[in-house]
Design a protein around this ligand. Structure first.
Ligand SMILES: Nc1ncnc2c1ncn2[C@@H]1O[C@H](COP(=O)(O)OP(=O)(O)O)[C@@H](O)[C@H]1O
Ligand SMILES: N[C@@H](CCOP(=O)(O)O)C(=O)O
Length: 292
């Protein structure tokens, strides 16, 4: 038996829709694999009752199929499904790393990114790799059709998760199909600023680069209280705030020592709109870890 821990992740960071992602240091999924004649799946933990055990409908089933690695796969969920914290991706990433080891397939971590992304296609309709890349490699990642680039960044983060559900598939349905040249120029400028900020561990620059005039405004309506939560986080000192992945979680980049105030302000702002929320005080974290 082999055990792998894969972390929650936050995709997009505003200006990098389907491109940027960052590993959080918590929460995480734990996946255990054993060789078997055919793939079977058992799910326990947070939100387990909403997650199918049918290999055709679970992200890890698609990964086992892609690696031709049938196994009994036990998933202990730490990342709530439909959270915007890469729940489906955490399981897929852990399974890709675990089954690659179990069957000695010899793929590099970079090569496992598109394999794990096959799992995402099962749930959201697209094999977007912006969550599985940081869940496998750790740090801040940039995925394009040509591959993945990762940067070891160190920044204080808060991920605030309200007690509502937004499915990634639904949230992809509201993304505009076209952008104006003005919005394109603004987005490229912000994305470039964010990457420079990550390379320099500069939270202020990262926060500035999180602004996004295209996808985030279209999705904000799916999250009750989103504008108030952003305002509260900024007033409490956050350098930047945006929707985490497809939501409903909201991600804030903080100054050193500033996470607790930001977390409290975000939770209070959600609760003022009648929605309970939890906040994870986090940092940019590591990717998947193998335990034998
Ligand atoms: N291993 C898995 N972990 C979590 N969700 C899964 C898994 N396999 C399939 N799903 C389904 O994926 C959906 C959640 O994924 P998604 O909407 O992308 O949310 P998240 O942002 O949390 O990844 C749910 O419908 C869930 O049943
Ligand atoms: N780029 C994707 C990311 C979805 O992340 P998730 O954590 O909500 O699954 C998107 O924005 O649709």
């Amino acid at each position: 038996m082999l055990t792998v821990r894969a972390p929650a992740t936050s995709a997009n960071l505003g200006s990098g829709f389907d491109v940027f992602g960052v590993a959080l240091d918590r929460p995480a999924d734990i996946v255990r694999v054993e060789k078997a004649e055919r793939t079977t799946i058992e799910v326990t933990g947070v939100g387990a009752r909403y997650i199918p055990e049918d290999p055709e409908r679970n992200t890890v089933g698609a990964v086992a199929e892609a690696l031709d690695a049938p196994a009994h796969i036990r998933i202990d969920k730490g990342v709530r499904p439909a959270s915007g914290l890469g729940s489906s991706a955490a399981s897929a990433a852990a399974a890709a790393v675990a089954l690659n080891e179990l069957y000695d397939r010899g793929h590099t971590r970079e090569e496992l990114v598109p394999v794990a992304a096959e799992g995402e296609a099962v749930v959201s309709g697209d094999a977007h790799a912006d969550n599985v890349a940081p869940a496998i490699l750790g740090g801040f990642t940039v995925v394009t059709d040509d591959g993945v680039t990762s940067v070891d960044a160190d920044l204080p983060l808060v991920a605030c998760l309200p007690d509502i559900v937004v499915s990634t598939r639904d949230a992809r349905g509201v993304v505009p199909e076209r952008v104006s040249m003005t919005d394109l120029v603004a987005t490229v400028g912000n994305a470039a600023t964010l990457v420079a900020g990550m390379a320099r561990n500069d939270a202020r620059l990262v926060g500035r680069g999180m602004d996004d005039p295209v996808v985030t405004p279209a999705r904000a309506a799916l999250i009750d209280g989103y504008d108030a939560v952003c305002e509260a986080a900024r007033e409490a000192g956050a350098h930047g705030v945006t929707i985490s992945g497809a939501g409903p979680a909201v991600l804030a980049v903080c100054r050193p020592g500033g996470r607790r105030d930001v977390a409290t302000a975000m939770v209070d702002a959600f609760e003022a709109t009648g929605t309970e929320a939890v906040a994870y005080l986090s940092r940019v974290g590591e990717g998947s870890t193998v335990y034998r």
